[in-house]
Design a binder for this molecule. Structure first.
Ligand code: ATP
Length: 234
């Protein structure tokens, strides 16, 4: 079995007085694609922010490749090889697609070249000179993922990449995620769309009220779709 890359233990998090994460426990092994599933407000995005160091009030343990990061600043965590692709994607509309791609610095060796990104996302290839504002939602998502791959990150935290996208584009995002897996990257994916999640991920953690309440494989998801639909309110 591959070794653990990310181990989250008894992770608590707060926004001001609001206690949001109540002792999250889960792990992701090298090369795995794992999802956090849960309803709106369950604490999935907050968990990603805590791992990235962006949630200031946090305690417990987040070990990345054996290094404790719970007290580290986000830029230090990024340098270890962790990258967050937020739900809002963060594409700058005044910059070209290529300028957006080159915005984050390359932090580690092993990042993808522009040629490799062209192969992974042929749709972006024709748009390097266009402004970020001209991209569709799906293209923005591809650019947001491509931008991370260039930095050499080894753990990618992806927040709802399929949100608001047409089925044909969701399919392309799915292919891209499977390609990341083939390249040995490790992905922690936040999703509400468990049908999509079950087609890409190895394992799933179900999150409720800031805690992991269940753990399942994609086969188990397929066998429990009605129960999950009721639970996730979809
Ligand atoms: P969603 O799909 O809606 O993003 P989620 O599971 O990712 O759901 P979070 O975004 O982590 O949930 O939110 C968890 C809780 O924290 C919610 O009750 C939310 O209202 C609250 N919350 C999120 N961001 C903030 C913030 N900046 N300040 C205060 N409370 C917040």
């Amino acid at each position: 079995m591959p070794e653990t890359l990310l181990k989250v233990s008894d992770l608590h998090g707060w926004y001001g007085e609001s206690h949001i994460l109540h002792g999250m426990n889960f792990e992701v092994r090298k090369g795995e694609l794992v999802t956090l599933l849960g309803r709106n407000g369950a604490g999935k995005t907050t968990t990603l922010k805590a791992i990235m160091g962006l949630l200031r009030q946090r305690k417990g343990s987040v070990a990345f490749d054996g290094t404790e990061t719970i007290s580290m600043a986000p830029h230090k965590i990024a340098r270890l090889g962790v990258a967050l692709c937020p739900e809002e994607r963060g594409i700058f509309s005044a910059l070209t697609v290529r300028e957006n791609l080159h915005l984050p610095p390359v932090l580690r060796e092993g990042g993808m070249t522009e040629a490799e990104i062209d192969t992974l996302f042929p749709r972006l290839k024709e748009r390097w000179g266009n402004s970020g504002a001209k991209l569709s939602g799906g293209e923005q998502q591809m650019l947001a993922i491509a931008r991370i791959l260039r930095t050499g990150a080894t753990l990618v935290l992806l927040d709802e990449p399929t949100e608001g996208l047409a089925p044909v584009i969701v399919q392309q995002i799915r292919d891209a995620l499977l390609e990341l897996k083939r390249r040995g990257l490790t992905v922690l994916l936040v999703e509400q769309n468990f049908r999509f999640a079950s087609t890409v991920a190895d394992r799933h953690y179900v999150v409720e009220h800031g805690q992991v309440v269940d753990h399942m494989t994609s086969d188990e998801i397929a066998a429990n779709t009605e129960r999950l639909e009721a639970f996730l309110g979809v």
